[in-house]
Write a protein that binds this ligand. Structure first.
Ligand SMILES: [Fe+2]
Ligand SMILES: [Fe+2]
Length: 135
């Protein structure tokens, strides 16, 4: 059973962004399922690769919207993206070098991303982008 299901509390009210955020929840659930099946360790490599691809496509999309609509906080927000991306790359380096990254650590990282980034930072741009006609 999935750990998390999409709910309105996660929504920024912009359809394509919500759809992308749902993908992060999907990755959290995939890792959760793998851990339950005691396959968390094997699941880490594909999940980290998915997360790296996700940082490129999703952060790219948000930053493109900031630039397109002149969001004043866009540069600061992009800086937070950069730090998150670096954390993902650091996890990848550790996983590849076999230094014993635990599935629970990656799980905690992704959950913090959901609560601290999506539910705090991303929600800040929602009223601005909606005022520009995004829905
Ligand atoms: Fe986001
Ligand atoms: Fe963001």
């Amino acid at each position: 059973m999935a750990l998390l299901t999409w709910s309105n509390e996660y929504s920024v009210g912009i359809k394509d962004i919500d759809a992308q955020h749902t993908k992060l929840i999907g990755m959290i659930n995939n890792l959760h399922d793998a851990m339950k099946d005691r396959k968390g360790k094997e699941a880490l490599r594909p999940i980290i690769d998915d997360l790296i691809a996700y940082t490129v496509s999703h952060f790219g999309r948000e930053e493109q919207l900031f630039a397109q609509h002149g969001y004043a906080e866009g540069v600061r927000h992009a800086g937070v993206h950069k730090a998150l991306t670096q954390q993902v790359l650091d996890l990848k380096t550790k996983i590849d070098s076999g230094t014993g990254v635990l599935a629970v650590e990656v799980m905690a990282f992704m959950k913090t991303w959901l609560t601290s980034h999506i539910m705090a930072e991303d929600k800040k741009y929602a009223p601005f982008l909606k005022s520009k006609g995004m829905a």
